[in-house]
Design a protein around this ligand. Structure first.
Ligand code: ZN
Length: 124
């Protein structure tokens, strides 16, 4: 049990151990979710060519459109996953909660909204 009395003079409140555990769990849960979504959409993203002989022209266009949408979703997931991995790495080095650009403390409100934020509202 830590018994620190050395709070710094800053107005910003640094994250405590408990909050870090909660944010880490949220990041890990989201990471799992994104990986599962990515896995389940793999077929949708790659099935078009395989089905070419079976589907008509219009449905093939639908399929291509679906594939493009899936690809776009996948790209967004990939970007979010990268942010989550970066946030988890910052937790390991003890730098989590500070903006990677300016070093300011990221507000609890912002982290609560999305624990994968690694920059402050000014540098977003
Ligand atoms: Zn910043």
């Amino acid at each position: 049990m830590a018994d620190f009395n050395d709070f710094n003079e800053s107005d910003e409140i640094e994250l405590n151990e408990q909050e870090l555990i909660i944010y880490r769990q949220r990041l890990l849960d989201r990471q799992q979710e994104l990986k599962a979504l990515s896995e389940s959409s793999r077929e949708a993203r790659s099935a078009v060519d395989l089905d070419q002989s079976r589907v008509g022209r219009l449905s093939r266009m639908d399929a291509l459109q679906m594939q493009a949408m899936e690809q776009a979703s996948e790209n967004r997931r990939r970007i979010e996953l990268q942010r989550i991995e970066k946030a988890l790495a910052l937790m390991d080095t003890g730098d989590y909660g500070e903006c990677i650009h300016c070093g300011d403390i990221i507000s609890a409100k912002r982290l609560n909204l999305d624990p994968s934020f690694i920059n402050c509202v000014h540098c977003a």
